[in-house]
Design a protein around this ligand. Structure first.
Ligand code: B1M
Length: 212
């Protein structure tokens, strides 16, 4: 891999957003393709962030700063990726369920997914089942992710899955992933979700796995 991309991954890991954005431009000026820069520089750096976060070698503030650097790089690259028709990893709709305003973890998951090359539509917080259904109709995602931080809002996940089932077979068009501090793998299975992810890094792994 070119040195520039390795250095870009390293700068991203360190959260140096100005340098990352500059290096993306530099790489483009040198004739590298947007796809090469995305996978060899930005995603490579974010993958390392994910691995170290799961190994408790990095903590949330560092992950957030790295994710901002990822965004800075993506801002330069995104229009070109769209132009050159580079396929993203997959489409992902995410939101915090109805009645729940916690979004720090959800945002972290979103940033990691974007870092891994997913095209994410963020519905925000307090998302009603019918809003998830509308978003699936509109965006036709491969994956739907729900976050809940309150035991009282966890049932909203089941209601959303039921709403997708009742919406003319929409449920079978998407894989549903649930997460959040009170959510467990057993709960995910009980409500008929396709998967549970315990943290932002595993959310990426689970998404990749579900897409085969
Ligand atoms: Co709230 N709150 N809060 N709160 N709050 C908790 C969750 C609570 C555990 C605190 C406590 O009592 N010890 C408790 C819930 C108890 C329970 O139900 N079991 C609680 C409560 C009770 C409440 C209120 C009801 C308090 C009140 O008003 N009486 C109220 C509810 C408001 C509402 O939502 N309707 C409330 C409000 C708030 C604030 C607005 C003040 C603020 C939220 C700000 C915001 O998000 N913008 C807040 C906060 C910050 C917390 C704590 C302190 C921190 C949550 C957090 O951001 N963690 C929290 C206590 C705690 O957890 N220590 C607490 C950091 C974040 C990175 O982790 O969100 O777990 P987390 O996300 C992780 C994983 O869970 C996972 O990946 C993330 C990264 O690793 N993950 C996913 C999350 N979503 C995922 C989705 C996936 C996959 C993985 O796939 C789709």
């Amino acid at each position: 891999m070119p040195d520039l991309l390795q250095e870009m991954a390293q700068k991203l890991y360190q959260g140096d957003k100005e340098t990352v954005a500059g290096m993306v431009q530099q790489a483009l000026d040198q004739g590298m393709s947007p796809k090469e820069i995305l996978s060899g520089g930005l995603v490579a750096g974010m993958d390392q962030v994910g691995r170290d976060f799961r190994a408790d070698e990095l903590f949330i503030p560092e992950v957030l700063v790295a994710a901002q650097a990822m965004h800075a790089g993506m801002n330069v690259l995104r229009p070109l990726l769209a132009e050159t028709g580079v396929e993203m990893m997959g489409k992902y709709v995410i939101g915090t369920v109805k009645g729940d305003l916690h979004d720090i973890g959800k945002n972290l998951v979103k940033m990691m997914l974007e870092g891994a090359g997913f095209e994410v539509t963020d519905l925000g917080t307090d998302v009603a089942p019918e809003t998830f259904v509308e978003a699936v109709r509109e965006h036709k995602p491969h994956l739907v992710g729900m976050s809940a931080l309150l035991t009282t809002t966890m049932p909203g996940m089941k209601e959303t899955i039921e709403a997708l089932e009742e919406a003319g077979g929409l449920r079978s068009t998407v894989k549903v992933i649930v997460g959040g501090a009170p959510v467990t793998a057993a709960f995910a299975e009980e409500i008929g979700a396709d998967a549970y992810a315990s943290d932002a890094a595993s959310a990426v792994e689970v998404a990749r796995h579900l897409l085969g």
